[in-house]
Write a new protein. Sequence first.
Length: 574
Amino acid sequence: MVRAIDPVTLEVVGHYLIGLVREMGKTLKRTAYSTIIREQNDCTSALFDPRGMLLAQADHVPSHQGTLSWAARTVAAKAGLGPGDLLIFNHPYMGGTHHPDIMIFKPIFFEGEHVATAATLGHHLDVGGRGAGSIATDAQDVFEEGLMIPPLFLARGGVMNEDILAMIAANIRQPEQTLGDIRAQIAAVTVGERRVIELCRKHGGGRLREIMAAIIDNSEKLMREDLRAFENGTYKAEGFMDGDGLSDEPVRIAVAVTIEDGSVTVDFAGSSPQLKGPFNCSISSVHAAVYCAVRYMVHPEIMQNEGCYRPITVKVPPGSVVSPRKPAPLSGRFHTMERIANTIVMAFNGARKDDAVGSNHAHLSTYSVTGWQRDDQRTFILFDFLGGGWGGTRETDGLDGVLGLMANALDAPIEVVELEHPLRVERYEFVPDSGGPGRHRGGLGLRRDVRFLHGEGYFTNRSEAQRFAPQGVLGGGAGTTSRHRLILADGKVRELPSKITNVTIREGDIISLVSPGGGGYGPACERDPRAVLEDCLDGKVTPEAAAAAYGVVIAGGRIDEMATGALRRRLQGK
């Protein structure tokens, strides 16, 4: 039940908390050293109550929304928390996500009482392990994937434990940037502490606790109201990944979504057994993917907090890809999360009916490049990713070239790639005809070609979707699959699998990544010919595909009305 707090106070304090965590996020990004946090937005800031219940989370990366909650409860259970304390944490089997995601927590005290905990998460450039960037695709246990940190006191009573930072620095490839990013996270949680104390001074600690509890209750109430709009029933779907990095056996994600009077149960029975390779999904990340997918089904202005999760139940079979047993590797879990979230959305299509959506690319084209800077005195690591196409909907075409459901991050700007690394981006463009045909077509995939300019180094590809194309809906066509190649300096082309670790690359070689397009919505022959022409003029659809897929004949930059009518009748069997 919503507590006796007036609606104005709920809105004002709720949006204050949202502004607070956004300010934390701005502080983190503005003071970070690495490109991946500073430019690519792969970070999160959040605020929790003393029990580890989420109060507010910045609109950064959706994949962190459930994982931080698990970690916050682990921290809340640690004895002896006091003013001025800082905790550092990344252990994937204790509530963390995967090794590169290091979290900093700061318990906040007012008048001697623990009132809240500020938290930040940053994806760090490298935390050790056998592959640069800590993304080895062939790791066989969690110990190969990098340094694991249980919840440790980084500071007690305001006094830093520099020994912990020294230990981290001794085990990673880019200590200067990583330690700089950790200090940026500390700055961000300090901002959160300051803002919470200001709020306590205004409302009082006890009254603020009541308001925060009411805000959580209100989000739960609104979630249940929106979920009741769907017809009760069980809706099923399945999705597949290329393999686990060690074998080509497809990885199956099976979901059964049961909607019942404002609640949702997501059951993963039938999903693949635990994998030998690193694409298992930590339990916190499974919950994050489920929470994210269900949140896409409700109003986006419902305040993001623990109340959003209360109507959702998750069931996972033990010893499966979604519930691995330690020490199963899991550093590639983000790709599994994308497949989980997309598969849940596909299951919801059964309840959404005409509001169904085509499949998005449901993966992340992720790669790392490492080598020596031009002075041959320092090494570098580039960790980058690119998006693909989203599915068409009843109202519009799918989005072109964006990250998936679980990521609100950005690919590395070309200027930064070329300024900070001996690399040159030679091609970055949409892929014509990659979006699935439909009344509303799928969004386009991307192509990015990066030339290695100095000496010798290594390339790791941790991607997906070479074998399973994003499917259309209600008669829409499938998008294209991904493609990954190494174009050698002598012009020879080496086709690469979606997952491969530490490929030797040399000066002049080009890494070429092509991501998938999204699935289409509705029959392609129902697409407005003028929209097809516009796509052709924009270079998104070729004239050949306009005729073959859409039945639209374009000549001289114009629609041939008579030929189009005849072709469409023939394609429709009339």
